[in-house]
Design a protein around this ligand. Structure first.
Ligand code: GLV
Ligand code: MN
Length: 195
């Protein structure tokens, strides 16, 4: 979903003072072979959090060689019972493969139709661009998936934190009306995210 590149590569200069749609390129003379390789997805993520899951991103920020290439990847680690909470990627479709364990993968269409399936090692899924989706570890031990995106920075709107852990907080009257609950329910959910 990203625009096409206009040159072979454009090694992101993440520290540039000017702001553009993407990042300006490092001078070609400053580019090295190392710029095109990344080992950040070789390391297991820390799943000690409320969701018992961890997303590690190889996007233009962590891997500047991806700048303008229109693609990126994540590794998603799950402890037992872990959940990659419902979220959407505003700029990208997503494709994924299960590497370890057993995952319930699901998404909801703009007509509120829920599609889901339990996947085991080697099996794949696709999440259409922008739709709300999740993965839940339904196996006995840890689980691991790798995902890929047609954007160098897909972005993620994580629904629980977007709605209940924003800065500043959304007004209670918005959340109580949206979810048809009392203030105490909203406050209780917020408190789980340290907000
Ligand atoms: C999984 O949904 C991911 O965004 O990596
Ligand atoms: Mn996703």
């Amino acid at each position: 979903a990203d625009p096409d590149p206009l040159q072979d590569f454009c090694l992101a200069n993440l520290n540039a003072t000017s702001s553009v749609n993407g990042f300006p390129c490092k001078p070609v003379s400053a580019v090295t072979s190392e710029d095109f390789f990344f080992n950040g997805l070789s390391v297991e993520g820390n799943t000690s959090n409320v969701f018992d899951a961890a997303v590690t991103s190889a996007n233009v920020f962590s891997f500047p060689g991806l700048n303008t290439q229109g693609m990126s990847m994540n590794r998603v680690d799950f402890a037992t019972g872990g959940l990659n909470a419902p979220h959407s990627h505003p700029r990208s479709s997503e494709i994924g493969v299960v590497i370890k364990g057993k995952l319930l993968v699901g998404f909801v269409t703009t007509d509120n139709v829920f599609h889901s399936k339990v996947l085991t090692v080697g099996q794949m899924f696709v999440i259409p661009r922008g739709l709300v989706h999740f993965q839940r570890n339904v196996g006995k031990g840890k689980a691991l998936a790798f995902t890929a995106f047609n954007s160098h920075f897909p972005g993620a709107v994580v629904l629980p934190t977007a709605l209940f852990a924003s800065t500043p907080p959304l007004p209670n009257e918005v959340l109580t009306k949206a979810f048809q609950v009392e203030d105490q329910v909203v406050n209780s959910i917020r408190s789980k995210f340290g907000a």
